[in-house]
Design a protein around this ligand. Structure first.
Ligand code: SF4
Ligand code: SF4
Length: 339
């Protein structure tokens, strides 16, 4: 597979990476098979996180004999030096390696977090020590906040930035990708399928690959997923006129005010699965009615109707969504469907 330079890290990563979130959802044997298949198909860039359950351990186990052929990226949610160093130790152990190629500060999406990471005794100090000791080769940051992503990119403290990028979450096109190019910061495009909102892999992958310096890292859950994606990457990536029209049609259908299903709004004191509840309308649009009327779905709608309107979720949503209002709309749509 074609490789691309990941900014000033000088790492030569494959045109797409492997996003390590969904691999925690499958059984152990399947996980091994999937990761091996990803590797055999030529993908060399594996991105996981300390917080992704079994993901690091599975990637480490599946790729332990391929260490010199793969680029391993992981993340720490710690903001302080000591916490970050503990996470690093755990990541090294789980990934069965003595070096992390790219160590990222995970979801730094507000000013206090950024200040803590970059301040005295912050996580960046841990990274500098690890760099000096050769335990970490490169440092990056991931964020859902455009302001923080811009600040981090312009700071020259980080060699990569990871930010959501897909054809409905396009904010990075305007300033962030150009800024990353200017500062020679590698851009990793998270959520090329908008967290599962976009179902046509061809449109999603071809769209993000229009940017030469963007490396998407789609979450992979099945062998069929990766085989389909690799075919797209290795094929003609030029979007046809029909595909461009289809993208435009889907953009109009989805609109701007939508939940990216990142889950940062959780937990909810009323136990509402907010990322699912906010997508009831989208499910109604895209899935057979039988599925939407199933017990599982109906209980989501019932719980969403019991929102306490405390607003705690809205304070945590990096997209500033009016969650209470949107929940009410989704509950109403469900009621209309069942009326
Ligand atoms: S406003 Fe509703 S959905 Fe949000 S945290 Fe409170 S109870 Fe949960
Ligand atoms: S409401 Fe906001 S924080 Fe919660 S899942 Fe959706 S986009 Fe993420």
């Amino acid at each position: 597979m074609e490789k691309v330079r990941l900014g000033r890290t000088e790492l030569q990563v494959t045109r797409i990476g492997f996003g390590g979130i969904p691999i925690q959802r499958v059984g152990d044997d399947d996980a091994m098979r999937i990761i091996r298949r990803v590797f055999d198909l030529g993908v060399n860039f594996f991105d996981t996180a300390n917080g992704y359950g079994t993901s690091e351990e599975r990637i480490g186990r599946a790729l332990q004999d391929e260490r010199n052929s793969v680029i391993l990226a992981t993340k720490t949610p710690a903001r302080d030096r000591d916490g970050a160093l503990k996470h690093l130790e755990l990541s090294l152990k789980r990934l069965r390696t003595d070096t992390i190629d790219l160590w990222q500060f995970h979801n730094v999406s507000n000013e206090p977090s950024y200040a803590e990471v970059t301040g005295p005794r912050g996580a960046l100090e841990a990274a500098r020590e690890a760099l000096a000791g050769g335990v970490v080769k490169h440092i990056g940051l991931t964020s859902h906040s455009m302001d923080i992503a811009l600040k981090a990119t312009a700071s020259d403290l980080f060699e990569t930035i990871q930010f959501p990028f897909n054809y409905v979450t396009r904010e990075a096109e305007d300033a962030l990708i150009p800024l990353a190019n200017k500062h020679d910061v590698g851009f990793i495009g998270m959520k090329p399928f908008a967290g599962g909102l976009l179902s046509d892999a061809r449109l999603s992958i071809k769209y993000v690959l229009q940017w030469d310096t963007v490396v998407p890292d789609p979450g992979i859950e099945t062998i069929a997923d990766i085989e389909g994606i690799v075919d797209i990457v290795n094929g003609d990536r030029q979007l046809t006129n029909d595909e461009r029209n289809e993208i435009e049609r889907i953009r109009n259908e989805v609109g701007h005010r939508f939940c990216r299903r990142c889950g940062y709004c959780l937990p909810c004191p009323a136990q509402i699965p907010i990322p699912v509840a906010l997508n009831i309308v989208s499910f109604i649009r895209r899935f057979p009615t039988d599925h939407v009327l199933s017990d599982g779905f109906s209980s989501v709608a019932t719980r969403a109707a019991a929102c306490l309107k405390c607003g705690a979720c809205e304070a945590r949503c990096p997209y500033g969504l009016p969650i209470r209002e949107m929940l009410a709309e989704n509950v109403q749509a469900y009621k209309d469907l069942t009326a």
